[in-house]
Design a binder for this molecule. Sequence first.
Ligand SMILES: Cc1cc2nc3c(=O)[nH]c(=O)nc-3n(C[C@H](O)[C@H](O)[C@H](O)COP(=O)(O)OP(=O)(O)OC[C@H]3O[C@@H](n4cnc5c(N)ncnc54)[C@H](O)[C@@H]3O)c2cc1C
Length: 384
Amino acid sequence: MTSGYDAIVLGLGGMGSAAAAHLAARGVRVLGLERFGPVHHQGSSHGGSRITRQSYFEDPAYVPLLLRAYELYDELERETGRDIATLCGGLMIGRPESRTVAGARLSAEQWDLPHEMLDARELRRRFPTLTPADDEVALHEARAGLLRPENTVAAHLELAARHGAQLRFEEPVTRWEPYRDGVRVHTAQGAYRADRLIVCPGAWAPELLADVGAPITVERKIMYWFRPSGGIGPYRPERHPIYVWEDPDGIQVYGFPAIDGPDGGAKVAFFRDGGVCTPQTIDRTVHDHEVRAIADYLGPRLPTLPGSFIKGVTCMYSTTPDEHFVIARHPRHPEAVTVACGFSGHGFKFVPVVGEILADLALEGVTRHPIGLFDPGRFAAPPG
Ligand SMILES: Cc1cc2nc3c(=O)[nH]c(=O)nc-3n(C[C@H](O)[C@H](O)[C@H](O)COP(=O)(O)OP(=O)(O)OC[C@H]3O[C@@H](n4cnc5c(N)ncnc54)[C@H](O)[C@@H]3O)c2cc1C
């Protein structure tokens, strides 16, 4: 067995790369272990763009974490010089009583976040690509926008290495066990000892963290890129916001401006329609009937968007029953092991603050951030 580390981070995707960077910046000896290469496309943190927003319809409890995530994303850009965030504005669209609109409004009002309410006519006037029904409205938030996930992961890996972390790729962890006051972690190449283990396994959580007691369903999701008919002009990020649009049946579609030039098209996806899969069984082919279904759905809402199909890429969500995250010390090994999983398709905008929280929990046992919503103990409550 090689000599010990203060902390081992299992998984160097979105959350794990951020945890490694924050731990290393605090001067501890960090080893990061990743199944694939750096910034890969096999998990949940790829596809060129992720939405970020603060008027959070999921729950106002996320807002303080978002305020901190925005600060940390700024720092990350400054420290690495990488292009990460584009705050092109964002629209939460639907009927006034829809979860998307009413929930976003609740967060905005509760936290006094700058926002504007637009009726259908104003929406059509300001954003001519959108054709909402007369009874639909939108919350517009100027500070919403998009993040580049690959650049984010690369930036955190770079910072972790700059602060002395050892990062080992193509080295999957096969198992780990408590050892003295810490843990021993095994891979095909060897075994490593550390005082602390931070497990950030994304869609591999059901196999690696079954004993945490958080029921996680892994879902296959598709991102679609279309070349709008008439060109990308009105879809450029200077003119077009990100959007989440909920229909009267509760189906949400979301999309981005055209950020990759005339040939890159604009990305769009359904938020929650995934088939269940595992990392081993996921069907990576995007089928014609799937492309037709989203193009038909978009027709009445963004008529010019589904001009011609460019490409579709799959990705995995790790979804908990209430769609809230799991961030905690491991219930069976609270001293030595910290876990972060179940990000339920909305975790990326939190990546740097999750890194900070994981470093707090691993090194101090507590964090100043409000994470009560993410306690896996909530799933153990007796029924009824
Ligand atoms: C299509 C799609 C769209 C999304 N859109 C948004 C959005 O707009 N806004 C937003 O905020 N969020 C969004 N999300 C969610 C967000 O991207 C995820 O919540 C986030 O990327 C999860 O990060 P993670 O670190 O948990 O997983 P990952 O980034 O997948 O990292 C897990 C890592 O663990 C590694 N690993 C697993 N097992 C082992 C092992 N045994 N040994 C070593 N390494 C291992 C994996 O290889 C992987 O690198 C979206 C997700 C998808 C799929």
